[in-house]
Design a protein around this ligand. Structure first.
Ligand code: MF3
Ligand code: CO
Length: 254
């Protein structure tokens, strides 16, 4: 079932989204070569709790941390631990925040120091692919319009699309209907309506699209061990387009 959020609910989800944005900013402030990924998890946990909110991912289906930190060939769901961030790494950080009973979901990938040109391009183009997908959103458009825009942008830039994981609806649950795949055909899938809230999250690979799950039952990595990048925003569909809920607070916004 796909829920349509009321104006009141959108307002609450925007508050959860702003806190998600601020958590990312807090992580960015501390993110440095030489630190352990579990230090970032602690920073995020403390920040979210201090704002009377909850980390959405903690204990979600048994997930043992507040954020996901996925490095290089790790695509998503890397569990923070003793791994040390190195110069030349790309680091994907995924944050979920629950406030007033509503969730928000957003991810970014950071370039740490001296990263090869082709890997930098992977990161830059994955973020651009997210915005290509978002640009198709408005009432009356189809989910497949988003999917095709992301896939064609990725392929145009020589990148492959992970198919095993998809974007999703967001609301009182972190994962709701509908699925939002990063591959597909325009004009197909469900029709978007104003008030639907979805997380769009391309995961693009420098090499082939194939991935596997680690023995920890969470971390997903590329089969060919080439790097992967991930960007995600939670957005609400409007009559004219969309509004990013996990973006920076604008001037004049209450
Ligand atoms: N943002 C992630 C996603 O949509 C959520 C991580 S799920 C968790 O897939 F279990 F790792 F928390
Ligand atoms: Co998500």
């Amino acid at each position: 079932m796909i829920s349509i959020k009321s104006e009141r609910e959108i307002k609450l989800m925007r508050e959860a989204g702003i806190l998600n944005y601020l958590t990312h900013e807090e992580i960015k402030k501390h993110l440095k070569v030489g630190m352990k990924t579990k230090e970032l998890d602690k920073i995020a946990y403390n920040f979210i709790i201090a704002h009377n909110a909850k980390p959405s991912f903690l204990n979600y289906e048994g997930y043992p941390a507040s954020i996901c930190v996925s490095i290089n060939d790790e695509v998503v769901h890397g569990i923070p631990g003793n791994r040390i961030i190195k110069d030349g790494d790309i680091v994907s950080i995924d944050v979920g925040v629950e406030l007033h009973g509503y969730h928000s979901d957003a991810a970014r990938t950071y370039i740490m120091g001296n990263v090869k040109e082709e890997v930098k391009n992977l990161v830059v183009n994955t973020e651009k692919a997210l915005y290509e997908g978002l640009s198709k959103i408005k009432e009356g458009a189809k989910i497949g319009d988003i999917s095709e825009a992301i896939e064609s942008y990725a392929h145009k830039h020589g990148l492959s699309v992970v198919e095993e994981l998809v974007g999703h609806g967001v609301g009182t649950n972190i994962h709701e209907d509908p699925d939002v795949p990063n591959y597909g055909k325009k004009g197909t899938g469900i029709t978007l309506k104003a008030g639907m809230v979805i997380a769009v999250e391309p995961m693009l690979n420098l090499g082939e699209r194939y991935v596997y799950m680690h023995d920890d039952d969470w971390t997903i990595s590329t089969d060919d061990e080439l790097p992967s990048a991930h960007f995600e925003h939670t957005v609400v569909v409007t009559k004219e387009g969309y509004k990013i809920l996990t973006g920076e607070k604008c001037d004049g916004e209450e």
